[in-house]
Design a protein. Structure first.
Length: 556
């Protein structure tokens, strides 16, 4: 037996395990293979969309690297939901639920097969946190490996992403572009495999995994179709086997300080608000205290330095080419915004990994902290009588810090989108979308269809605000507050809002206020009756019965 074979001894070794070995040998594994550490390779491959369509090739390269380094990889599948593809439909309610199913299924297969190590390969948004949550539960040597970002599309010589298509839908509905213009966006935005190209949720969580230490920094971020991707993936297999031999486990890597490092990277890069949900959920798996208030405190002291879409002009491949997460980590550590002593999956500290950064001369994607894009980070947590447990805003992509206006109340995303498409929204309005929370949705749909339609209208984008107990895509721009908690379905104050009530966003003072007396809010909630469950059985009913508040990571 080789070094690092711990758990699988009970599965493969000794005369009593002859039957198990026979099954394995029938599946193509040799006698020698079975005496090596057994490494689970959890693959989220699917041919439904660009994010995960190439992951079979990634898995083959990873398995080659594991074999070269003395392990025996065994690949298995788990599920994925493509967020962008399902956006604006009832199918989007499955997205956040999929995070839990991914974590549960990986845990189940790993426990059933007594793996000595584990790699999860992710592509779309919920893959990465789901994989990391499973690694935390299992606490065997393991890593999350990102399939990589898509290359930007090209239209009339200009880089475009899927965000341009969503905003094009709104422009088309308003008559600002014709059918041919929308078709041109649709045909060119996604030129091949890989996850959405901006600093949206997939790239935010991939970057977070690198800074957190659970993904091989810089290697994981190589774009999906880059000629270096397969070689980088093989190298990741070598790193994993070193961790297996050293028994380097997730609980040694994911700590309070590494989580704070990850939050700082999200703040500095203008990352997705979904990172709040996912990093809290990851912390919960290891019983590490982490709250929404930690995100606000860290973002307040961490300047925004990455010029990435949707707040800026560059995409993920440009970030990687500029120096990637090693360079960002170096900037964060040197400025005192990250703790360089945190351990990485490679066995090096974050500071040692950051010291290997190679900055491309003349790059202007990752600024210095002496020359930030904004003096504070991209995330803000608001609280108040409308969100006692808090709500999250991404302020990197807009410049307004206050808004007061009348509520326009919608009990679903669909109803609000219809009103926007029908041009029934006026400058100054505050759009309130409720019953889209973890339980009420269920599953916290992202509101990109609505926010993109607003962003594409210059008259509205600078003069309306939106709040919801649902979520936002990482591609969202504008004055939007999501994850309002408690949610409407459980009788949170958002359920008491009525058409025309005045709502005040005060970002400087971190306040979200419904300008109605506490007595009136209490009276309205006293007569509150939650709507009927949209699903009375099956996976959604299980989720509704188990899921926690968004302020606690919407975990089950």
């Amino acid at each position: 037996m080789t070094e690092g074979k711990r758990n699988s001894i009970a599965l493969t070794e000794g005369p009593s395990r002859a039957a198990a070995r026979s099954y394995f040998r029938g599946a193509g594994f040799s006698k020698d293979d079975l005496h090596k550490p057994i490494i689970g390779v959890a693959n989220t491959w699917t041919e439904i969309g660009t994010c995960n369509v190439h992951l079979r090739e990634i898995a083959e390269a990873l398995k080659q690297g594991i074999r070269e380094a003395g392990g025996t990889p065994m690949e298995f599948n788990t599920i994925t939901i493509n967020d962008g593809l399902t956006m604006g439909t009832q199918g989007m309610k499955a997205s956040l639920v999929s995070r839990e199913v991914i974590a549960d299924s990986i845990e189940l297969v790993a426990r059933g097969n007594l793996f000595d190590g584990l790699v999860g390969i992710g592509g779309c948004d919920k893959n990465m946190p789901g994989i990391i949550m499973a690694l935390c539960r299992l606490d065997i040597p393991g890593m999350m490996l990102y399939g990589g970002s898509i290359a930007p599309g090209k239209l009339n010589g200009v880089d475009i992403t899927i965000q341009n298509v969503f905003e094009g839908i709104g422009a088309h509905a308003a008559g600002r572009i014709d059918d041919a213009g929308l078709e041109a966006l649709e045909a060119n935005a996604c030129p091949g495999a890989g996850a959405c190209g901006g600093q949206f949720t997939a790239n935010t969580m991939a970057m977070s995994g690198e800074i957190l230490g659970i993904s091989p920094i810089y290697l994981s971020g190589v774009p999906a179709t880059s000629k270096e991707k397969l070689a980088a993936t093989r190298e990741a297999g070598h790193i994993l086997m070193d961790a297996v031999r050293a028994n380097r486990r997730p609980s040694q890597i994911i700590t309070r300080k590494s989580l704070e490092n990850a939050i700082a990277s999200v703040a500095a890069s203008g990352g997705s608000t979904n990172a709040v949900l996912h990093l809290i959920a990851i912390a919960r798996e290891l019983n590490i205290p982490l709250t929404v208030d930690d995100f606000d405190a860290i973002s307040k002291r961490t300047p925004f330095i990455c010029d990435l879409t949707p707040a800026g002009k560059y995409v993920a491949k440009d970030y990687q080419a500029a120096g990637g997460s090693r360079l960002l980590a170096q900037r964060l550590i040197n400025a005192g915004h990250a703790d360089g002593s945190a351990l990485a999956i490679s066995g090096k500290t974050l500071a040692e990994e950051a010291a290997l950064a190679k900055e491309t001369p003349g790059q202007d994607v990752i600024h210095t902290f002496e020359n930030p894009i904004k003096p504070t980070g991209g995330l803000v947590i608001l609280k108040g009588n409308l969100a006692p447990e808090g709500c999250v805003m991404k302020v990197a992509a807009f410049g307004r810090y206050e808004h007061r206006g009348p509520a326009r109340v919608f009990d679903s995303e669909d109803a609000c989108f219809a009103a926007v498409q029908a041009q029934q929204i006026k400058p100054g309005d505050v759009l309130v979308i409720r019953y889209e929370g973890p339980k009420g949705g269920p599953g916290m749909r992202e509101m990109l269809q609505v926010t993109a339609a607003i962003s594409s209208n210059a008259e509205l984008s600078a003069h309306v605000a939106l709040l919801t107990d649902g979520r936002f895509s990482g591609a969202t721009r504008g004055m939007t507050a999501g994850h309002v908690a408690p949610e409407a379905f459980v009788g949170g104050p958002i359920a008491a809002v009525r058409e025309g009530d005045m709502i005040h966003f005060d970002i400087e003072n971190r306040k979200l206020t419904l300008e109605v007396s506490e007595e009136e809010i209490a009276a309205r909630l006293k007569s509150f009756t939650p709507p009927a469950l949209r699903w009375s059985r099956g996976v959604f009913r299980k989720y509704v019965d188990r899921v926690s508040s968004a302020s606690e990571g919407a975990t089950t």
